[in-house]
Ligand binder design. Sequence first.
Ligand code: PMP
Length: 349
Amino acid sequence: MGWEEKVRRVVPYIPGEQPKQKGIIKLNTNECPYPPSPLVKRKAAEFRTDELRLYPDPDASLLVKSLADYYGVKEDQIFVGVGSDDVLAMSFLTFFNSDRPVLFPDITYSFYDVWAELFQIPYRCPALDEDFRLKKEDYLSENGGIVIPNPNAPTGLYEELDTIEEIVASNPDSVVIIDEAYVDFGGRSALELVDKYENLLVVQTFSKSRAMAGIRIGFAAGSSKLICYLKDVKFSFNSYTMNAPSIAWGAASILDDGYFKETVGKIINTRERVKKELSALGFVFPDSSSNFIFASHKSIPASELFEALKQEGIYVRHFNKPRIDNYLRITIGTDEQMDELLTFLKRYI
Ligand code: PMP
């Protein structure tokens, strides 16, 4: 394949997903509607810009240590990156090869196939069942690696940890990545398994439950062997994985567990209320364990609702993809934002 053919196959992230106009209700990219912890605000106020003269700590030790302490693993089991997209892309480069296909579900986070195409890693996408559930059997035989988002995006469905463990245990020679961008909203993390399985890498982000999408922090937890290789690859691109504010403010966010739990709790309560209201309006959806609901209306096409909402200044996500093109992915915002959405839908429907 020539280089142009290779890059033409890559579908980059659509910049239109980040609209610039003010006053809209933004429920399209699963951000947190609440601000980061007040401790982050304090750290930001204290931050001395003189420090920017110097290169940041290449090991991001402060952030790595806070994560290791919080999750009960050793510091050499944590890798940090510029958002979990960075961590995941580096993991594709490090752990997957061109000799055997990597597996990930057919309906999933849209960056996996982009990275596979770009890095020329072959991939296979076993179909989810009719309820959008993972079919475990598809992942139990040896292959070139596995990526499973749990909860999945855009469905929001969580697979039990026993299922994940069975998949990890049955693939000892391949790296299994569990992408837990949404796990804080209703799942049990596979982090508790990282000391048991050397082939398991768990990836999380500060962009959703920690309300820090703007600063770009993601991390991976795994065996020290996997983390060491991941660092070698990442440091071959840039020795400074994180900038100085990310290190300081990210660590502050981890310290404020009370605020974190309160924020996540509020989002879960709103989600459960909105589920009931959407059902009453004739929507059907998989039972979300995340900070969004993947909903389809029984009689009105999703593309029509998407456009009508957009006209109203309410942005949700619609995917023009087979099997899911009649669904809208609606991020859980504040109660007030969700009320505006529901009021509009009641009127429209
Ligand atoms: N994984 C999944 C499943 C996601 O939905 C997202 C966010 N769009 C990411 C990873 C990347 O998040 P970030 O780079 O902001 O950490």
